[in-house]
Design a protein around this ligand. Structure first.
Ligand code: NZQ
Ligand code: ZN
Length: 389
């Protein structure tokens, strides 16, 4: 662990199939005006909405709602929510949904008491809030993003073809509490379940494929990856397997709650490519990552050969005997590819509706980061996008 760091994660987690029973205790800590934020209606169909509203009413809360938060939430939807939250004099934002609802709620938290343009301040200038923020609590219904225990918030500006994430430095932006009930995820369509599984796996990869020192964090990452692979295979065959789904939920939270970046640089280029593709296609986040991953990793493999070899051996169980490092490393990526196909993930951008004429916009929208094994230039981004098509 050669890096210097501090670690603090203030989000209180309640995990398990009775975890919603703790919501009433959490609610006592906040004022009476609760803004209930949710998506396009899944929580009304599966009963979670009724359960949460009953608890809010029992606690004597005054409820306002922002409904219809879409996957890849937009700046326009944020502006709509800001007006509702202000009018309600909101004391607590309760996000009930997936990463989109959680991210959106954090964006609301930092925007309700800010008079200017939140897009410019938080997503272009990457500033921290200098206004009072509103506490956020989460009831998670879709597993993948880690938004339930981090300070990330991704917002899309469709007309500008930009989808940008801001990971706030201020711990106050992290949810104050999150209810993690694996049963709530059992109604997810298979497509969303596997997109979420790949999102988790890639969050770990993004933090693993960087650095060359002997880091405990990398061993934790390998353990999490093995757990995701193991449980994903069970859940893929039987999505109603509670134990597998609960392991996946727990892995998701630890994959992106700041633990795995401790003491390390991080890569995040798959996410930069995937988010740029998402801005243009509005496709499901995890699937955009799946579509660009293999062309990206095969491109950077020669620059990080030792780590890709380690990945092959420690995560995929590839035997290195009598093989060159490059051969072992490539076999690791092949094993990952086979697993992705087994899950039924999208393997190309064209399956998400992207066409060749969209690639320049996707390329322009790709933010280039420098923490991984190879700092790309725009020509290389374009080449990887073409290979992903
Ligand atoms: O809107 P409803 O009707 O609720 O349907 C949702 C949505 O269509 C549905 N769903 C959620 N829970 C369900 C369910 N359907 C049936 N049963 C349930 N229990 O699933 C669909 C997808 O939901 P969404 O919240 O969009 O998915 P996800 O959790 O993958 O979130 C994606 C967003 O998070 C961002 C992504 O970029 C994207 O905008 N990310 C946030 C991160 C963070 N905060 O750190 C990191 C990630 O890398 C990611 O970028
Ligand atoms: Zn992600």
């Amino acid at each position: 662990m050669l890096g210097n760091f501090t670690y603090c994660n203030p989000t209180k987690l309640y995990f398990g199939d009775n975890s919603i029973s703790f919501l009433k205790d959490e609610l006592k800590k906040y004022g009476e005006n609760v803004l209930l934020v949710y998506g396009g209606g899944s929580i009304k169909k599966n009963g979670i909405y009724d359960e949460v509203v009953a608890i809010l009413k029992d606690a004597g809360k005054n409820i306002a709602e922002v409904s219809g938060v879409m996957p890849n939430p937009t700046i326009h939807k944020l502006n709509e929510g800001i007006a509702i939250a202000r009018a309600h004099k909101t004391d607590l934002i309760l996000a009930v949904g997936g990463g989109s609802v959680c991210d959106y709620s954090k964006a609301l938290s930092v925007s309700v008491n800010f008079e200017g343009d939140p897009w410019q301040k938080y997503y272009i200038d990457f500033e921290e809030p200098d206004c009072e923020t509103i506490p956020v609590g989460c009831v998670l219904t879709m597993v993948g993003t880690g938004s339930e225990m981090n300070a990330g918030s991704v917002i899309t500006y469709p007309e500008k073809k930009l989808k940008i994430g801001h990971v706030f430095a201020d711990e106050k932006i992290m949810p104050r509490f999150t209810i993690l009930n694996p049963k709530y995820t059992l109604t997810l369509p298979h497509y969303q379940m596997v997109a979420g599984i790949y999102d988790i796996f890639n969050h770990i990869c993004e933090q693993y494929f960087s650095g060359e020192d002997d880091s405990t964090t990398d061993y934790i990452a390998e353990g999490l990856m093995r757990s995701v692979i193991h449980s994903s295979r069970i859940a893929n065959k039987n999505p109603q397997d509670y134990e597998a789904r609960s392991n996946i939920m727990w892995c998701a939270t630890w994959a992106l709650n700041t633990l795995l970046k401790k003491g390390k640089s991080t890569d995040w280029m798959v996410h930069m490519l995937g988010q740029a593709a998402g801005a243009v296609t509005d496709a499901t986040h995890g699937m955009t990552l799946a579509a660009v991953s293999l062309p990206y990793y095969r491109y950077i493999l020669p620059y990080g050969i030792a780590k890709f070899k380690r990945f092959a051996e420690n995560v995929w169980g590839i035997c290195a005997d009598g093989k060159s490092d490059e051969q072992v490393a490539n076999e690791g990526l092949l094993a990952m590819e086979n697993w992705m196909k087994e899950l039924g993930l999208v393997m190309s951008l064209s399956e998400l509706g992207a066409t060749e004429d969209m690639l320049p916009d996707i390329c322009n929208g790709t933010i280039i980061l420098d923490g991984g094994y190879k700092v790309l230039n725009k020509d290389e981004v374009m080449q990887i996008l073409k290979e992903s098509l």
